[in-house]
Design a protein around this ligand. Sequence first.
Ligand SMILES: Nc1ncnc2c1ncn2[C@@H]1O[C@H](COP(=O)(O)OP(=O)(O)OP(=O)(O)O)[C@@H](O)[C@H]1O
Length: 372
Amino acid sequence: MHTNARRPRLTPAMADVRRAVRELLATELPPASNRVPERAADTAPDARLSRPESPTPARPDTPLAPLILVGLSGGPDSLALAAAAAFEAPRAGIRAGAIVVDHGLQVGSAQVAAEAARQARELGLDPVLVERVTVERGTAVSGPTGGPEAAARTARYAAFERALATTGASHVLLAHTLDDQAETVLLGLARGSGPASLSGMSAVNGVYLRPLLGIHRGVVHQALADQRLTAWHDPQNLDHAYARVRVRETVLPLLEAELGPGIADALARTADQLREDSDALDALAAEWAAEIVDHAEAGIAVDVHGLASNPAALAQRIVRFVVAAEFGTALSRAQTLAVLKLVTEWHGQAGVDLPGIRVARIDGRLVFARRS
Ligand SMILES: Nc1ncnc2c1ncn2[C@@H]1O[C@H](COP(=O)(O)OP(=O)(O)OP(=O)(O)O)[C@@H](O)[C@H]1O
């Protein structure tokens, strides 16, 4: 909350946060392409045709100025992001609003959401949406990917999608920081996850933008304090029942103390490198899949020799890619390896059953068919 009507002086932390927002907006919504919001253009093809030829940047207050929404929980990271977006977006010819999701899981959540929305409006964000969602209850805390955390996340992202559709906004900005990235990588390592998970989050993922991914949480919090803004502090962020909280509060500080400072940066760097490698391998797998996959009755067929001629890492990706594309199913490593045994250890064995899918080797092809 502003406790002082005067504009706060720019501090180094505020400058860092604003620069990060400015740079990502410049890359993702450059002035030449930001006349018509992507989604508005999608739903109204005529808008593209009638777009004026003039290169004059859209004024942020004209209906044609693109719109972005900040995903605002009311917590310190997203409040700092909201403040930076409110400052930078109009200067880039972009309108900035906010979406506050009330998960309804904690006593007083409606007041937290209302206060976050009030702060967003005071910062100049418009429109500001508050959406109450229903989160499936009754699941025990079971780690970073399961339980109520995952259910809340699913409901939150569905609310983001609805907010994009109703407002015509092109993107949602999320306030994940470098420390969130480091925690994600460490949790992935502890689970024995593959490179996709260890690659962490990317700054640009479809309609989701994470401008603060290269900035330390401490800097983000300093920027907030410098602007005399007061955020809500989620008590769950201190609840050691959550693996992420234990990583944040105990594991990372211990690693820093024992191995020296810079662990969070190192983990984030590892994620960046893995993402580059993974993206390249994924692209290769998709190219290969286009070469060796045919449509078969009730599914698809993959040429066995085509698979066998690839190194294991690529063959596994091809199988995962094909199954995800055709059936929308994400295979685990164990399932992928079981399928590939039909290639690497073939002795005429029976096929493999995957969730809803039967895989059998027939005449030199792996045939993936939907199970009834
Ligand atoms: N209830 C919510 N409504 C809108 N956006 C949200 C909500 N919860 C999370 N987000 C968005 O997703 C990001 C990541 O969520 P997460 O719960 O991991 O954040 P956090 O580390 O607690 O951040 P914050 O300090 O902003 O709450 C947030 O920074 C915010 O941009």
